[in-house]
Write a protein that binds this ligand. Structure first.
Ligand code: SF4
Ligand code: SF4
Length: 465
């Protein structure tokens, strides 16, 4: 019994030491201080037990510590969660892309379309016009605007916009006579995805409710019915670098966001081309040119869950990812995964809701819209805040406990919270203690020389790059 308690204390001290190291690497001074305090506490208790072995207090304390430790270990290992009510997908209404904030923001430059939209949605006119008066992202006048650096993300988004049509207009190819082998085809798709920076690839069947009903983001096809009769969606996940996102909501957040939208778009365009060369009809869905909503597709492909902040949370990288999709008129074996434990975690965590500067994230139950209960944010409040600060904010992403870097320490914690609600409560308590419940937000941009793109010794943002 005595040796068991000493062994557990030694393991705790090593764990705390590893946590101090992880916190140091992540530049979280509070985490370093608390972990080191934990190391000294474990070491101190061990020293007292050894020095006063045989003393009546030690003799009485050891069995208490032993049983507490045993109960803790057994309770941590029990795999159990209450059953969640499944979303009823039978009556889901498709989302009209014209109602999306980005689509409505764009109407400022197309007054005729704006008038048409506001004739059928008069309740949105006042808030849209209020937002139109704010500076565009990347324009002077916003809080974090920088004449040179703001233009980086703006230029990257422009690249995505202007390259979409030329890249999608593919010349006809000679279709191979042999039928397509799905396994070999997916091998080529995965090689492309991982070589170009993806960390995950998922496949799911495409359902009508995944698609927008009416196009709204681009003036060219605004108001047209979205036509896509493909059977399968391939989803690509590219992680964002923590070294940028930890500066949210200042400019580095949107630099990394734009960077990863470009990276994931490259993958989608190349994969669509690969499928085309096999004689298959395929469409790349990239930022600004999605015919579908990526988050529920990524969840259906078993790669994670849609979280309280209304975006997709990957099982390893959390919401700190960017997605692209390729739809194809061909059946491929679906990928599967159950991440309901993430939903349970969102029910108790609410850290994104507490930290959202525009209070756009709900604290309560899932709101109901389009015929089913699902997480969504108040998009007007969120987007208004973006336009005021000149970035895409990402404070919710930064605050999320799932956004931690993929280190051994965080892998252990991810495994721990998959087992039961008690583990999740303890892990959340630890996250609040080490990282703080409320984030301290920057009031100005970081010195650019501190960003990994400038500091050559920093780790590359993507494994293998
Ligand atoms: S911060 Fe918490 S509540 Fe919000 S998405 Fe992440 S896990 Fe869920
Ligand atoms: S991006 Fe910012 S404003 Fe929008 S929901 Fe997240 S935290 Fe709130």
């Amino acid at each position: 019994m005595f040796e068991f308690v000493l062994f557990f204390l030694a393991i705790s001290a090593v764990f705390m030491l590893a946590m101090a190291h992880a916190a140091y690497r992540e530049q979280v001074p509070r985490g370093v201080a608390l972990s080191l305090a934990g190391v000294f506490l474990s070491a101190g208790i061990t020293a007292l037990l050894v020095l006063y072995q045989g003393h009546p207090i030690v003799t009485q304390t050891v069995p208490v510590l032993f049983w507490l430790t045993l109960v803790f270990i057994v309770a941590s290992l029990i795999p159990w969660f209450p059953v969640l009510k499944k979303a009823d997908t039978a009556n889901i209404e498709q989302f009209d892309e014209r109602n999306h904030m980005f689509a409505r923001g764009n109407l400022k430059f197309h007054p005729e379309l704006g008038n048409r939209y506001h004739r059928s949605h008069p309740e949105k006119k006042a808030v849209d016009e209020e937002i139109w008066r704010l500076p565009e992202l990347g324009e002077p006048g916003s809080k974090f605007y920088d004449r040179y650096v703001s233009s980086i993300s703006d230029s990257a988004f422009d690249l995505l916009d202007r390259s979409y049509v030329p890249l999608s207009n593919r010349p006809p190819v000679a279709v191979p006579a042999e039928p397509v082998d799905p396994g070999k085809l997916m091998e080529a798709v995965r090689i492309t995805a991982f070589q170009y920076g993806a960390v995950d690839v998922g496949i799911t069947s495409l359902k009508p409710y995944h698609l927008y009903s009416i196009a709204g983001r681009q003036a060219g096809n605004w108001g047209e019915k979205v036509e896509n009769h493909h059977r399968t969606a391939i989803v690509f996940v590219v992680p964002m670098s923590n070294a940028y996102i930890r500066h949210a909501p200042s400019l580095p957040a949107i630099l990394e966001s734009a960077h990863c939208y470009v990276e994931t778009a490259k993958i989608a365009h190349i994969v669509a081309e690969i499928l085309h060369r096999q004689g298959l009809s395929a469409t790349a869905h990239v930022d600004g040119h999605y015919q579908l909503i990526c988050a529920p597709l990524a969840e259906a492909a078993g790669m994670g869950h849609v979280g309280r902040m209304g975006i997709f949370m990957h099982e390893v990288y959390g919401p700190s990812v960017r997605l692209s999709v390729v739809t194809v008129d061909f059946d491929l074996p679906e990928t599967k995964g159950n991440h309901e434990y993430m939903e349970h975690f969102c029910n108790i965590c609410k850290k994104c809701a507490d930290n959202c500067p525009s209070r756009a994230i709900p604290h309560g139950e899932k709101p109901v819209s389009r015929g089913f209960a699902h997480w969504s944010v108040d998009q007007e409040s969120c987007y208004r805040f973006w336009r005021k600060i000149g970035t895409d904010c990402a404070v919710c992403i930064r605050s999320c406990p799932f956004s931690k870097p993929d280190t051994l320490m965080h892998r252990i914690v991810r495994g721990y919270i998959r087992r039961n609600p008690l583990n999740q409560r303890l892990a959340l308590l630890g996250d609040d203690l080490f990282y703080g419940r409320k984030l301290k937000l920057p009031t100005r941009n970081v010195k650019w020389k501190k960003l990994p793109a400038v500091v050559r010794r920093a780790a590359p943002p993507h494994p293998g790059c």
